[in-house]
Ligand binder design. Structure first.
Ligand code: SF4
Ligand code: SF4
Length: 389
């Protein structure tokens, strides 16, 4: 893969500032026009976890989408914004309309800058080169696109620790196909293999990571915005994710996607593999980055060497963070129940509950809840043995 990565500072979401930063970051790769040839339909694959106001840092900011769409249109191509929202949401026209409205994308379409996708069909694709996912469904606009631009956002993630360029592409799977993969690939390393397969299949022309206001803490939906002031670009999703790890302080061997890449011998999977244009990664390190409590799971018994696997298996429940419903916050909306891949969540009397013995700790319920009603609880053993990133 291409080891090059470009980084540009972008202190705010002002239109001129974003456009300038985007042009600078994409210049080493021929700019956005390289993918946006006249007459092409170019899909802008945003992060549309769910509809959320841009200030919450849940979705790719509309100012970044605006700048990319403008550049694509000026190059003579048609930009089409598309994604299948995250866990717990059905892939329907109604859902898309609501998510677009809340995320600030509707005005872009009303101005004629881009098309918003409402086609909720999908098609099965075959990917013989996949390690785990050799056959899966892909939403129609992506399957039919002439080119895809991956417009991801830098955020923490309760299960995969970070969501970046590789993870963002998992959104090309329609609706409930996503939690179904969680049910089949219960451990994060297997799941990361699926993510890598999907990303290798989609093969966007360019990856742009929006980290002007990133998300730390309880991501991907309920964390806190954190000003990072950067836009990153590369033709390799791994290059972007390596940089995201370096900026936030997540070591490559703690980053499930980079571990999956390393197992396959795919580079870049470490910062030393990168050829960076722009500020050096060490200058950009965000001190005191806050992680979801689950990040410590990856440390687990790592300090006890070869016994790590045995002890982790023996004390799995005590060592893993438990999702718990905060009944006072719960509205009984049922999104967590829809998101749970193994039927561990129920709703009775407008309050949800979790059957712990069924729970596989995928944290889809946490991702799905827009009301901060699913907390991530660290058991005592987890707190005792857990190391810090
Ligand atoms: S915990 Fe309650 S509020 Fe949150 S998604 Fe589940 S049912 Fe809805
Ligand atoms: S209850 Fe457990 S298995 Fe179900 S979504 Fe939540 S974390 Fe995943």
């Amino acid at each position: 893969m291409d080891n090059r990565l470009a980084i540009s500072r972008c202190p705010s979401y002002g239109d001129a500032e974003v456009r300038r930063a985007l042009e600078k970051a994409t210049a080493p790769f021929g700019g956005l026009a390289a993918a946006a040839k006249p007459g092409r339909r170019v899909v802008l694959k945003v992060n549309l976890l769910r509809g959320a106001p841009p200030a919450r840092a849940v979705t790719t900011h509309p100012a970044v989408v605006r700048a990319v769409a403008s550049a694509v249109r000026e190059a003579g191509a048609t930009p089409v914004l598309a994604d299948s929202p995250g866990a717990g949401l059905p892939h329907t026209e109604r859902t898309l309309r609501r998510c677009y409205r809340r995320s600030g994308y509707l005005p872009l379409a009303e101005e004629g800058l881009l098309e918003l996708n409402y086609d909720t069909s999908s098609a099965e694709v075959h990917f013989d080169a996949g390690r785990v996912a050799k056959k899966f469904n892909v939403i129609a606009p992506v399957g039919e696109a002439d080119a895809v631009l991956n417009l991801c956002k830098l955020k923490t993630h309760a299960f995969t620790l970070l969501t970046g360029a590789v993870k963002n592409l998992f959104g090309v799977l329609p609706g409930y196909d996503k939690p179904a993969y969680h049910a089949r690939m219960r451990d994060v390393d297997h799941f990361a293999d699926v993510l890598l397969d999907v990303a290798l299949f989609v093969k966007p022309a360019l990856h742009v990571m929006e980290a002007v206001e990133a998300m730390e803490g309880n991501g991907p939906g309920l964390g806190d915005p954190r000003k990072v002031g950067l836009i990153l670009a590369g033709t390799s999703a791994l290059a972007v994710d390596v940089a995201a790890g370096a900026i936030t302080g997540l070591a490559p061997d703690q980053h499930p996607v980079l571990r999956a890449a390393a197992r396959r011998g795919l580079e870049p999977n470490r910062p030393e593999h990168l050829e960076v244009t722009g500020p050096a990664l060490k200058e950009l390190r965000q001190e005191g980055w806050r992680w979801p409590p689950t990040v410590i799971t990856e440390g687990g018994f790592s300090r006890v060497g070869p016994l790590q696997g045995i002890l982790t298996a023996l004390f799995r429940n005590g060592l893993s963070v438990q999702p718990r419903v905060r009944r006072d916050e719960c509205t009984g909306c049922g999104r967590c129940r829809e998101a749970c891949p193994v039927g561990a969540v129920g709703v009775i009397g407008e309050k949800s509950y979790i059957e712990e013995r069924l729970c596989i700790r995928c944290y889809c319920c946490h991702e799905a809840c827009a009301y901060d009603a699913v907390e991530l609880h660290r058991p005592l053993l987890h707190r005792l043995v857990g190391g810090k990133v």
